[in-house]
Ligand binder design. Structure first.
Ligand SMILES: [Zn+2]
Length: 299
C-alpha cells in the first residue's frame, strides 16, 4: 500500500502481480536448494532443513495489531496460517528489505527479468517523488513473486543486502512451514514518520486482506466475479479513478479487483479509504462491501 496522494498523478502501468505464475513451488524449491548449496553436494550430504527451522508464532490479527517489535520479526496469522506477516520496527527497515522486490514484482517501467542495483533502485524511488521510507506503507506478495525475486538474484549472482538476506531467510522458513503450498507474505512497519498508529493498523489489516486473496482460491474467484458482475460499470470506473490517483496501474484488472476488495473490506482509516474518496454514495460502497464479504470464508 502507498501513502495517500492528495493530488492526481499518472497511473503506473505494467504491473504484473498476477503474471508471476512461473512455477510457485518449483522455482521456490529450486532456489531453496541452490541457496542451501545442495545442488553440487552428494545426495547423502543433504542437510535436514526442517530440523533447523525454528517455530514461527501463530498470532491472531488482534495480537499482531498490538505487537510492535524492536527488530524485524516473522509471524503467522492464526486465522489463516498461509499468511505470513513481517513486522518491521520502522518504514526504513521495511523499505531496506522489501523495496527491491517491489521494484521487480510490481513497479511500472522497471525490469521484470532482473534485479535493479542500488543506484537504479534509488533513482526509481526518487522519480516517483518518494523516499525509501515512503515508497510503500506495507507490502503484499504471493510466495511465487518472492521466489522469482530470489531465483533471479541467484541466477545473476546479485549480492543481496543484509536486509534482503534476512527476507530470504524468512521466505525459506515460511516455505518449509507451508509444506509446498503457496503462501502469502505481507508486511507493515511500526508507527513512525508518515505512519501513525491508526494508519499502521489499517495498513496491516489491508495487507492481511491481500494475504487472504492470495491464499484462498474460493475468495480470489469470488472477488474477481464480484468485480466483474457485482460492481456496475460506473462503480468500477469510480474505483479505477481512485486507485489510479493512488498510483496503482488501472490497466491491470486483477489488481483493480484485489485492491478494490482490500480497500473496501480491510482499510478502516478514512484517510486511506472512504466512500467520499472513491466518489460513491456510502450506501453503494456498503452494498459492495457486503457482496465482497459474502465470499470470505477463513479456513
Ligand atoms: Zn493493497
Amino acid at each position: 500500500m502507498r501513502l495517500p496522494r492528495p493530488t492526481a498523478r499518472p497511473a503506473r502501468t505494467g504491473l504484473v502481480r498476477g503474471a508471476a505464475a512461473l512455477g510457485v513451488i518449483g522455482a521456490a524449491l529450486a532456489a531453496t536448494w541452490a541457496w542451501m548449496g545442495t545442488a553440487s553436494s552428494p545426495p547423502h550430504a543433504l542437510p535436514p532443513p526442517v530440523a533447523v527451522a525454528p517455530a514461527v508464532p501463530l498470532l491472531a490479527e488482534a495480537e499482531l495489531m498490538a505487537l510492535f517489535p524492536d527488530r524485524p520479526t516473522l509471524l503467522r496469522l492464526r486465522e489463516n496460517p498461509r499468511v505470513f506477516v513481517l513486522l518491521f520496527p520502522s518504514l526504513a527497515a521495511q523499505g531496506a528489505a522489501m523495496n527491491r522486490a517491489a521494484a521487480l514484482v510490481e513497479k511500472a517501467g522497471l525490469p521484470r527479468d532482473r534485479l535493479l542495483d542500488g543506484v537504479e533502485l534509488a533513482a526509481a524511488i526518487a522519480r516517483s517523488g518518494d523516499t525509501a521510507e515512503t515508497w510503500y506503507l506495507g507490502h503484499d506478495y504471493r510466495s511465487a513473486d518472492l521466489a522469482r525475486f530470489l531465483a533471479l538474484a541467484e541466477r545473476d549472482r546479485v549480492a543481496l543486502t543484509e536486509a534482503e538476506l534476512w527476507l530470504r531467510a524468512q521466505f525459506v522458513e515460511a516455505l518449509t512451514l507451508s509444506g509446498g503450498e503457496p503462501f502469502a507474505l505481507v508486511s507493515v512497519a511500526n508507527p513512525g514518520g508518515a505512519l501513525d498508529a491508526a494508519m499502521r493498523s489499517a495498513v496491516l489489516r489491508h495487507e492481511i486482506g491481500h494475504g487472504h486473496y492470495f491464499t484462498l482460491p474460493g475468495f480470489t474467484e469470488h472477488v474477481q466475479r464480484v468485480w466483474r458482475t457485482g460492481f456496475s460499470e460506473a462503480e468500477r470506473a469510480a474505483y479505477r479513478a481512485y486507485l489510479g490517483r493512488e498510483g496503482y496501474d488501472t490497466g491491470n484488472d486483477e489488481l483493480m479487483a484485489n485492491e478494490a476488495m482490500a480497500y473496501t473490506l480491510f482499510t478502516p482509516d478514512p484517510r486511506l479509504f472512504s466512500p467520499a474518496l472513491v466518489g460513491l454514495p456510502p450506501a453503494a460502497v456498503e452494498r459492495l462491501r457486503e457482496l465482497l464479504h459474502s465470499g470470505l470464508a477463513l479456513p
